[in-house]
Design a protein around this ligand. Structure first.
Ligand code: ATP
Ligand code: MG
Length: 568
């Protein structure tokens, strides 16, 4: 490709609304352009990278035996009524109506559509197991579309759905997909981790997420510093930090804590540590309010709390008025003694003794509180967020924390959808059995941004070779005027193109400094700089985008040298 025949529009200024580096660089390099909230056009340059991501995914999915297909993006509402998922997805669903007043959604995911397909097409165990996939545009009306294509509203996903007669067969394909995802992300040259995950609105029993490690990642992931355990913080088990409850030592007493509302204020006022206090949080339950109690230095896990059968979903904290009606005080003074609602405590809290909590009276706290003697709880559960330094739940070492970008999520759904939609097959004995199902998503457009997030410097993108829009850039200085520069550049361009490489030759009439900084921004891995001065000495210059030092290569040897660089 010659730049004169391509579309290259770069920008020097950092766009105002782009918060993270991948978004800034994608706009500056001209890979994407925004046309509305969470809606992007992919330029020919950006599209080349998107296609690379797609192609690696496609090759590895095909190698795993999965079958590519294409489902409609627009889905009849009735299908979603069958599974009752309209509420789960809530405002994320983009609804539309046709001229005959029939209702549709633009698909945010395709469990319903594939199950509808399979219930008609797959009738016998002999057709199983089978794994279908597609690469397609999805729409989710995200509350906060941001970070460019990282969290957009319209985006491209690879979604696969497998069907099985038995849970064992599902488990086998699930493991195969785990390996396939590992191969896909390794081929893309990304640093990533596979972690245990919460299944969210998709549902089912087990799931794992694949995260590209990056400081800007929206997810916190916890991993053992010496074992294999790794989990999204939403799912990470938080063990009790106290092995056994000690006998009470202190007397119960009430202390005035005027205007001390937060944990920090109260601990400072009383001269105690946050780990000697508990926080009592009142939430809406399925049957009246419920109190959730975590240690002062811990955070309630809203995901774990929402999973408790006693707690209403979505999770809702009681408002000031409701708190006063129940506890008789403001939020800063709620405590566990004589609270008129069920009390569910975290595992660490269950083993605390001589602790401090609110007195259920404004501006007052209780000290020396002990379970059984002074207050009761009904249940103990893991309801807090794990934090760095906690013992790892598998008993191996301690937990560390990293930030991750979720690029893939694999689920064992079991029979959730096949039961709801009555998708059955006949087994060996002619009996009807609900299909076992798995689903496997991967964010194609998000992966492009994640790769940049992981690989860039202050000058621009540094593409891993597998994803680069072009492998080689030929950068001739004075191409328009110097015959020897033009001839050298054209010959090299022709040779490399014929050898099957993706090459871009910059034949624009621009200043050398401008051209070099454009290609730093674009991140093309292998760059050949051709100028009169070095040609006179028999050399051309080579630089790798990552290392950047220029290397003099004998003119006659550049073709072989490049082939060696690209294949290494
Ligand atoms: P998130 O927690 O980031 O919203 P999700 O759990 O909703 O993701 P899934 O339903 O598992 O995502 O979708 C599969 C994959 O699609 C995700 O792993 C992610 O890579 C991608 N994806 C999901 N939502 C978006 C979005 N708004 N923009 C871009 N990619 C997305
Ligand atoms: Mg989501």
């Amino acid at each position: 490709m010659r730049t004169s025949q391509f579309h290259l529009v770069t920008r020097k200024e950092t766009p105002q609304d782009a918060e993270i580096i991948s978004h800034q660089l994608m706009i500056r390099a001209g890979m994407v352009r925004k046309i509305g909230a969470g809606l992007y056009t992919w330029s020919p340059l950006g599209f080349r990278v998107l296609r690379k991501v797609e192609q690696i995914i496609r090759e590895e999915m095909n190698a795993s035996g999965a079958l590519e297909m294409l489902m409609p993006a627009v889905q009849p509402k009735e299908l979603w009524q069958e599974t009752g998922r309209i509420e789960d997805f809530g405002g994320q669903l983009l609804a539309m109506t046709d001229r005959a007043e029939r209702d549709y959604f633009f698909g945010p995911t395709h469990e319903e559509v594939i199950t509808e397909f399979v219930r008609d097409e797959v009738t016998s165990y002999k057709q199983l197991p089978i794994n279908f996939y597609q690469i397609q545009t999805k729409f989710r009306d995200e509350i906060r579309p941001r970070f460019g294509v990282m969290r957009s509203r319209e985006f491209i996903m690879k979604d696969a759905y497998s069907f099985h007669l038995s849970a064992e067969s599902l488990e086998e394909t699930y493991r195969l997909m785990e390996q396939t995802y590992t191969r896909i992300l390794s081929r893309m040259g990304l640093e990533f981790r596979c972690v245990l995950a919460d299944s969210g609105a998709i549902g089912g029993s087990g799931s794992q997420e694949f995260h590209v490690i990056a400081d800007s990642g929206e997810d916190a992931i916890m991993y053992s510093d010496s074992g294999d355990y790794a989990a999204n913080i939403e799912k990470c088990a938080a063990v009790s930090l106290i092995d056994q409850r000690s006998e009470p030592v202190e007397e119960l007493s009430e202390v005035a804590t005027p205007n001390q509302k937060t944990i920090d204020q109260v601990t400072e006022f009383l001269g105690i540590k946050a780990e000697n206090m508990v926080k009592t949080l009142l939430v809406e339950g399925v049957d009246g309010p419920v109190a959730l109690v975590v240690r002062g230095d811990h955070q309630l896990s809203e995901v774990k709390a929402a999973h408790l059968p006693e707690v209403a979903t979505p999770l809702r904290f009681l408002e000031d008025k409701e708190v006063r009606a129940l506890a008789g005080c403001d939020i800063g003074s709620i405590g566990v003694k004589n609270l008129k609602c069920p009390v569910i405590v975290d595992l660490t809290v269950a083993n605390m003794s001589d602790f401090v909590c609110g007195a259920n009276q404004d501006d007052h706290h209780l000290t020396g509180v002990n379970w059984q003697r002074d207050a009761e709880f009904q249940q103990q559960h893991d309801i807090r967020e794990a934090q760095a330094g906690d013992p790892s739940p598998d008993g191996q070492g301690v937990l560390k924390q990293a930030r991750g970008i979720e690029v893939g999520h694999i689920f064992q759904l079991g029979d959730k959808y096949s039961k709801a939609m009555n998708a059955v097959v006949l087994n060996e004995n002619g009996q009807a059995r609900a299909l076992q199902m798995g689903c496997y998503g991967m964010g194609v457009s998000r992966l492009v941004a994640a790769a940049i997030e992981q690989s860039h410097d202050d000058k621009g993108i540094i593409w891993p070779t597998a994803l680069a829009p072009f492998q080689v850039a030929i950068l001739p200085m004075n191409y328009q005027k110097s015959v020897q520069v033009k001839e050298t550049a054209d010959t090299l361009y022709q040779q490399l193109t014929e050898a099957g490489y993706e090459v871009i030759l910059d034949d624009r009439k621009v200043r050398p400094g401008f051209m070099l900084s454009d290609f730093e921004l674009l991140g093309i891995p292998h760059q050949v700089i051709i100028g009169d001065r070095s040609l006179d000495e028999g050399f051309v210059e080579y630089r790798h985008r990552e290392k950047m030092e220029k290397q003099k290569i004998e003119h006659a040897k550049i073709h072989d040298f490049l082939q060696q660089q690209i294949s290494s």
